[in-house]
Design a protein around this ligand. Structure first.
Ligand code: SF4
Length: 380
């Protein structure tokens, strides 16, 4: 399972590598959990059990959790099928690959007390493969230059590098709820150079609470995120950005604002949620603000009582008959049966256009310009 509790965890490596003092400051704050984290834990436990069973490893008892549903059953089956496919490919290249499930990976030779848990590690010659299951769907995770997976690879190399002739690591993020399978190859030489030149010196700073604060998209998962001064100053600096005359912003200036908006919005939302939570849960008073009841909509207090009362009054046409949603029916029937039965009747309309950075992996929409679209037709 994730190494959230380690001071310099692999899962938090992106954050403490960019902002070393965050590690020690976070460690002083209480642990928190979330529905998404609990769901992820349940998915990992189920995936582990299924994978061990498929690999004929020591039998364990099937984990039970209220979070397990049809979707989780189906997606963890897909995960196991993916791992077995990787294993088949590994066997084609190396007769006796070693497969480790939920393997503790110790990278303390690079990061003080550093360790993590690899969901699946396949050791072959000359490639070491690390597969990490991400059940969350909030943020798409990329394998390329992913410090968590690079640290796992360093841990695996430390344990098995002397026994196997490994030149390269393949690291995979398997994120089924985003239909994202991302694999990146990195040579052992590059990994070791990164460990020596970047990780080791930064880890020493982070372990002692030293180094420079730096804000960026990694702040999103930092416990200090709502109250951090560096993050606030960076975002307020964006808001205070001084634009040169003339009166209207140029296209370049609007593009500058667009690039900063996601961080600015995330910060504003974090601060708002933090302040609201303290006001609601601890009675905190914020100068100039008060708590009020939000808008709500009317609803029936008891639907069956409504039906009885309406029918008693001679009104029988009170029911709406609606087909279940795709998600509900897919859960009810299971993915396979749903696709067989109804797959041809499901369409996916084009989504609402969104402006995203060029680096986004979705293909760009080709929009006809208004000038072309409305070119008048000659009446001659
Ligand atoms: S919020 Fe961002 S800048 Fe502040 S400590 Fe956390 S990672 Fe560093």
């Amino acid at each position: 399972m994730p190494d959230r509790h380690a001071l310099l965890s692999a899962s938090g490596a992106r954050r403490w590598l960019e902002c070393p003092p965050s590690a020690a400051l976070e460690a002083r704050l209480p642990e928190s959990s979330s529905a998404a984290a609990e769901q992820g834990t349940a998915a990992h436990a189920l995936a582990e059990w299924k994978l061990r069973r498929a690999l004929h490893q020591a039998p364990t008892i099937k984990p039970v959790s209220d979070w397990v549903d049809e979707e989780m059953e189906s997606l963890t089956d897909d995960y196991v099928a993916f791992v077995l496919e990787q294993l088949r490919e590994a066997r084609a290249a190396c007769t006796d690959p070693k497969v480790l499930v939920e393997q503790r990976l110790d990278f303390s030779h690079v990061v003080p007390s550093g360790f993590g848990t690899g969901d699946c590690v396949i050791i072959t010659e000359p490639v070491l493969h690390i597969i990490d299951l991400k059940y969350g769907q909030g943020v798409m995770v990329d394998a390329e230059n992913n410090p968590q997976l690079m640290l796992y690879a360093l841990g695996a190399l430390n344990a098995f590098g002397l026994l196997y002739d490994i030149d390269e690591a393949a690291v995979t993020i398997y994120q089924p709820r985003r239909a994202n399978i991302s694999t990146w190859h990195v040579s052992v030489t590059e990994l070791e150079a990164w460990a020596a030149e970047v990780v080791k010196p930064t880890a020493i700073l982070a372990a002692s609470g030293d180094g420079e604060f730096a804000s960026g998209e990694w702040c999103r998962f930092c416990k200090l995120a709502p109250t951090c001064r560096t993050r606030a100053e960076a975002n307020l600096a964006i808001a205070r950005h001084e634009f040169a005359p003339p009166a209207e912003l140029t296209d370049d200036e609007i593009a500058t604002v667009l690039a900063q908006l996601p961080q600015l919005k995330a910060w504003a939302a974090d601060v708002e949620a933090y302040a609201l939570s303290l006001a609601v849960n601890q009675g905190k008073r914020w100068s100039g603000f008060k708590l009020v009841a939000g808008r709500s909509i009317r609803k029936y207090s008891d639907e069956s009582a409504v039906a009885k009362a309406a029918e008693a009054g001679g009104v029988s046409d009170i029911w709406d008959r609606k087909i279940k949603t795709i998600t509900a029916l897919e859960k009810q029937l299971g993915k396979k049966r749903f696709t067989e039965l109804l797959g041809d009747l499901v369409v996916k309309p084009a989504g609402k256009p969104a402006l995203v950075p060029e680096s986004d992996k979705r293909p760009a929409l080709e929009i006809q310009s208004a000038a072309n679209e409305f070119t008048p037709i000659s009446t001659k």
